[in-house]
Design a protein around this ligand. Structure first.
Ligand code: AHG
Ligand code: MN
Ligand code: MN
Length: 335
C-alpha cells in the first residue's frame, strides 16, 4: 500500500529550526528525546490492561521484572532518558518532591518541567491520559541547574506541549511559532503532522468543570458558571458539558472544538485553596499552547497564567483556560 508522504514530527522540527538561523539544534534534540519517551510510554499505556490477563502479578511480571504503576513507569522513563540527553541542566516532575539532576558531564542549556501521566485516576478505566511538558532556557551559568532555573514565568517558556494517549496517540506542541498536532502511526512508529497550525475557536462549544465541587467555589465563580448555563442565542449557550477528569484530554477537546475549562480554587480543603492544578507542569505549558492557538488562560482573579512568577515547584493555581471570548468574559466578570 503506498502511504501518503506524511510530514514526520522530526521533519517539522528541523524545518522550524531553519526559521531560526541562530538555533544550535539543541531544542530539536531535546524534543526528539521527549518523543522517544512518549512512544515508550504509549506502548506501555496501550498494554496496561493486560498486566493481569498475561499472568503478570501486580508486582513482578513473567520476566521477573517489577511491574511499575503507569505513573511510576512514565516518570522513570522520562527521567532516565532526559537525564542523559545532554540538553538539560535540571528537571522537575509532579512525581518528585525535589529537583531532579541530570547526568554529570551531560549538562545542557534547558530545563524541563513535566507531568509524566496526567489523569492518573483514569488509567484503570481506559480513559485518555497524557504527558505534559514545559521547557525553559536556564538562568544559571553552568553545570548542574538549580531550583531558580525552574521557577520562571510561563511567558518565558521556549517550548510546551503534551502527548495524549487516547483512541490514537497524539503529540501537540509549540516552540513559539504556532501549535501543531502529530498523530502516531503505530505500525511505523512515527508521528505524522495531522493538525498543522491549530487555532482554537474564539467562542466555546463546551463547558468543562467538576460540578461536584460547586458548593466549595467562591460565590462569584459559581455565578459566572451559572451564567454560562443560561440561554443566549448569540453566544450559542448553554454549552454542552464535557468533563472527563484528565486535564490534558479535556484541554485537547476544547482546543480543537472550542471550550472553556475551569478548575477554580475551593474552600473544601486547605490544599485546594489555590485549586488542584499545578502551575509549572500543568497550567503554564497549556497556557502557552492556548495563547499560541488564539485562546486565553487566567486565574479566577483574572491574572494571565503566563505572567505568574512561580515561588515553588508544585505550586497550585486556579485555572480558567480556553476560547478567547469566554475566558475574557470570565476575566471581566471575576477580575
Ligand atoms: P494528575 O493525574 O496528574 O494528578 O492530574 C489530575 C488532574 C487533572 O488531570 C484533572 O483535570 C483533575 O485532576 C481532575 O480533578 P477532579 O477529579 O478533582 O475533578
Ligand atoms: Mn496532572
Ligand atoms: Mn500526573
Amino acid at each position: 500500500m503506498n502511504r501518503p508522504l506524511g510530514i514526520t514530527v522530526i521533519r517539522h522540527i528541523v524545518d522550524s529550526q531553519r526559521l531560526h538561523p541562530e538555533a544550535t539544534g539543541d531544542l530539536s534534540g531535546l524534543l526528539n528525546e521527549l518523543i522517544v519517551a512518549g512512544k515508550t510510554i504509549s506502548a506501555e499505556v496501550n498494554m496496561a490492561g493486560l498486566a493481569d490477563i498475561l499472568g503478570m502479578s501486580g508486582k513482578t511480571n513473567i520476566q521477573g521484572e517489577k511491574v511499575q504503576k503507569l505513573d511510576e513507569f512514565a516518570n522513570n522513563t522520562i527521567k532516565k532518558r532526559m537525564a542523559r540527553c545532554g540538553y538539560l541542566c535540571v528537571m522537575t516532575s509532579e512525581e518528585d518532591d525535589d529537583i531532579i539532576s541530570v547526568k554529570e558531564g551531560y549538562e545542557g542549556k534547558y530545563t524541563l518541567a513535566f507531568d509524566p501521566l496526567d489523569g492518573s485516576t483514569n488509567i484503570d478505566v481506559n480513559v485518555n491520559i497524557g504527558t505534559i511538558f514545559s521547557v525553559h532556557r536556564r538562568r544559571s551559568s553552568g553545570g548542574q541547574g538549580c531550583r531558580e532555573d525552574l521557577l520562571q514565568k510561563g511567558r518565558d517558556q521556549v517550548a510546551a506541549g503534551y502527548i495524549l494517549y487516547g483512541s490514537s496517540t497524539m503529540m501537540v506542541f509549540t516552540t513559539g511559532d504556532g501549535v501543531h498536532g502529530f498523530t502516531l502511526d503505530p505500525s511505523v512508529g512515527e508521528f505524522y503532522l495531522s493538525h498543522p497550525n491549530i487555532r482554537t475557536p474564539e467562542r466555546s462549544k463546551y463547558l468543562s468543570v467538576n460540578e461536584g465541587n460547586s458548593r466549595y467555589w467562591p460565590e462569584n465563580v459559581r455565578s459566572f458558571i451559572d451564567l454560562l448555563k443560561e440561554e443566549d442565542e448569540e453566544k450559542k449557550r448553554p454549552y454542552s458539558c464535557r468533563y472527563i477528569g484528565s486535564l490534558v484530554a479535556d484541554f485537547h477537546r476544547n482546543l480543537i472544538s472550542g471550550g472553556i475549562f475551569l478548575y477554580p480554587r475551593d474552600n473544601k480543603t486547605a490544599k485546594k485553596n489555590y485549586g488542584k492544578l499545578r502551575l509549572l507542569y500543568e497550567a503554564a505549558p497549556l497556557a502557552m499552547l492556548i495563547e499560541q492557538a488564539g485562546g486565553r488562560a487566567i486565574t479566577d482573579d483574572g491574572i494571565d497564567i503566563l505572567d505568574i512568577m512561580p515561588e515553588s515547584l508544585h505550586q497550585r493555581v486556579p485555572l480558567i483556560i480556553g476560547s478567547k471570548l469566554d475566558v475574557e468574559e470570565a476575566r471581566g466578570y471575576l477580575g
